[in-house]
Write a protein that binds this ligand. Structure first.
Ligand code: RB5
Length: 154
């Protein structure tokens, strides 16, 4: 599985820890940056880069991290077909895949510590979409996108 990572300047350390964690488990991790803490990067840019790579099929899932996880997920969710979920604990990380078919997990580097963050990504990547009644609801989200002219659907 190819996992794209994006972050802003406050989240470089946690990003590196999580990439190392997932690489040890055999995931291919692609870093969309930034990598230099001196690089002040506004969170919408890495959010967009990872979301667009996902929609182009260049990666299979994404991990986005900023201070809270909120700003970067809001940006990613503007790309049609993206379902980026901010999670601060493992239960939501599992359920957002099983029920929402989330394709990006977002976290706050100022909210979760490294060990909790590892548990969160482990649940996210270990879960599978359940389909059925949940697919009906996820389709309804796509219909909202389509209503407003978004074209990029799975
Ligand atoms: C940066 O200071 C901070 O605003 C950003 O990392 C994030 O928390 C925004 O949602």
């Amino acid at each position: 599985m190819r996992v794209g990572f994006g972050n802003d300047h406050v989240a470089i350390e946690l990003k590196n820890i999580l990439m190392g964690h997932l690489r040890e488990k055999g995931y291919e991790c692609i870093d969309f940056g930034p990598t230099d803490p001196a690089d002040k990067v506004n969170y919408p840019e890495p959010g967009r880069l990872v979301a667009e790579a996902l929609m182009r099929g260049e990666i299979d899932k994404g991990v986005l991290i900023c201070g809270t996880g909120i700003g970067i997920s809001l940006a990613a969710n503007k790309v049609p077909g993206i379902r980026a979920a901010v999670c601060s604990e493992p239960y939501s990380a599992k359920l957002t895949v099983e029920h929402n078919n989330a394709n990006i997990i977002a976290m706050g580097a100022r909210v979760v510590g490294p060990e909790l963050a590892k548990m969160i990504v482990d649940e996210f990547f270990g879960a599978e979409f359940e389909g059925g009644r949940h697919a009906v609801r996820v389709d309804m989200i796509s219909e909202i996108e389509a209503k407003y002219g978004a074209k990029w659907h799975e």
